[in-house]
Design a protein around this ligand. Structure first.
Ligand code: TRP
Ligand code: ZN
Length: 490
């Protein structure tokens, strides 16, 4: 038997979780008098967040999650609930006396550290799951942390959009059955999974998901298994073998038609990228038209950005009117946004955001600027000059309040500046060089930075080293100026 006592003191601020942990292991239940006195608490232990400038409470400094192994069940598609077990394979970059995961989600039922029950405290309001390992997690060592949970998912309103980020519940309506899907940028994954919820700690995912008869589950990565239980429940397993940020994890449950298309040889080393799209039953047939361009989009973008970074790509279409999201290997595309330009944007994010990840949320223009710029590259590949697009951007940037590119508040994360001024900043670099140099520059940004989270300072340094002082100065003006710089021209 394990007898554990967990005492915690939460400071005024939820940022610092102060936790006292004591734990005594005993072979058999002992009479009350024989219970050994608990040793005095060995002290306060502070779990320090990553220190994101926009979301100061997110994540844990020094924690490195290598892999999430998910075993999930959706009993009632369309309900705001989930149950399952997540096994995190973790390591550390400094000694961690406690682990502090982000988790607003369902109540925890069981928690094990390398198979042992250990003390924990789940503060569903602060959104932290504090775990006391038997010994501190040391750099160079690994542990497996298994968390089982079941019930209602958490709620995290988006500051700008009329939605809660995280696990979406789409109730049945008319002919349409209930459905669920993830829509988590920036910090919604913690509403339903215990995670180190920050893009600077990307990890691999194995997602096993069981759904009722007649339903299909889809998730980021390559499908490894599909099986049907005697009661008709279906289990699907997906493997996302390249690390991705937590917000980029796609999980979908719906009555889907899965459409496979020929693989596209644009992967690393010319390997085939598997192609599959998921269309909900009963959507208008012409919704599918845009997705016929997916192969061409992959080819054009791989030409500019280098090999597609994952083993599969496609879209999962959703019926609510939400913004599209670049979930890894499987963009989440609303019926109402099923247009090629949106598809190009989300596909570009597979390189910029999903593979090259952010060091801090204030740097999100690096994702949005590049994904928006891809819309111009696509138009030009279709034979357009693109000057209408660039002029349209410049006019729009001028109509809206502008600011330097690095965001300082949560509301700025996905504003016009991040997208449009961000795209214009890249255009300002492009016009200083020829297209061959610009192509090598974009490809080099991906290949050099795919394994270390990026900042604007990295891009400035990289621009100088690749393209020289003039390109760097052009970029710096667009990054730093409080006003809108002049229209970039060759
Ligand atoms: N990254 C998305 C895009 O531009 C936009 C986005 C931000 C989003 N937060 C979101 C979409 C939350 C859906 C939900 O492609
Ligand atoms: Zn985007």
């Amino acid at each position: 038997m394990t007898h554990c006592a967990v005492r915690s003191l939460w400071g005024q601020s939820s940022l610092l979780a102060l936790v006292l942990l004591t734990c005594v292991q005993a072979q058999t239940p002992l009479p009350q008098t024989a219970v050994p006195t608990l040793p005095p608490p060995s002290g306060l232990v502070t779990a320090q967040p990553i220190g994101d400038s926009i979301f100061p409470a997110l994540g844990q400094a020094g924690l490195d999650v290598l892999k999430y192994d998910l075993d999930l069940t959706v009993d009632r598609p369309g309900a705001s609930e989930l149950r399952g077990t997540v096994v995190l394979t973790v390591t550390a970059t400094k000694s961690l006396p406690v682990l502090s995961l982000d988790f607003l989600g369902p109540p925890v039922l069981d928690l094990r550290w390398n198979g042992l029950l250990v003390p924990y405290r789940h503060d569903g309001t602060a959104g932290k799951l504090i775990i006391g390992p038997p010994q501190p997690l040391l750099p160079g060592t690994r542990a497996e942390v298994a968390v089982s949970f079941a019930g209602q998912v958490g709620v995290r309103p988006d500051p700008d959009l009329p939605l809660n980020v995280g696990w979406q519940a789409v109730p049945a309506e008319g002919e349409r059955v209930g459905a669920n899907f993830t829509l988590s940028e920036p910090d919604g994954t913690r509403t339903f999974l215990p995670v180190n919820d920050h893009p600077s700690d990307p990890a691999t995912f194995t997602t096993r998901i069981t759904v009722p008869a007649g339903y299909t589950a889809a998730a980021s990565g390559v499908q490894r298994l599909e099986k049907v239980a005697p009661n008709g429940n279906r289990t699907f397993v997906f493997e996302q073998a390249q690390p991705i940020p937590t917000y980029a994890l796609a999980i979908h449950v719906n009555r889907f038609e899965r459409v496979d298309s020929p693989a596209v040889p644009v992967g690393v080393g010319g390997t085939e990228v598997l192609r599959r799209d998921y269309f909900p039953a009963g959507i208008a047939a012409d919704t599918r038209d845009a997705y016929a361009s997916t192969e061409g989009v992959l080819q054009v973008l791989a030409d500019w950005f280098g090999p597609f970074p994952f083993s599969a790509y496609g879209s999962a279409i959703v019926t609510p009117r939400v913004p599209a999201l670049e979930t890894a290997t499987l963009s989440t595309m609303p019926v109402a946004s099923s247009a090629v330009r949106v598809l190009v944007h989300e596909t570009a994010h597979q390189w910029f955001g999903d593979r090259v990840t952010l060091a801090d949320w204030s740097e999100v223009w690096l994702n949005e600027g590049l994904a928006t710029y891809a819309e111009l590259l696509w138009a030009q590949a279709q034979g357009e000059t693109g000057s209408e697009i660039v002029q349209g951007w410049y006019a729009r940037a001028g109509r809206n309040q502008t600011r330097p590119l690095v965001a300082t508040t949560e509301r700025q994360l996905f504003d016009t500046t991040a997208y449009i001024r961000g795209a214009l900043a890249l255009h300002a670099v492009r016009v200083t060089v020829d297209d061959a140099a610009f192509r090598a520059y974009l490809r080099g940004w991906v290949s050099e930075f795919q394994d270390r989270p990026v900042t604007t300072a990295d891009l400035l340094t990289y621009t100088h080293s690749r393209l020289g002082a003039r390109a760097e100065a052009a970029l710096r003006l667009w990054v730093e100026s409080p006003d809108l710089p002049p229209m970039p021209e060759r």
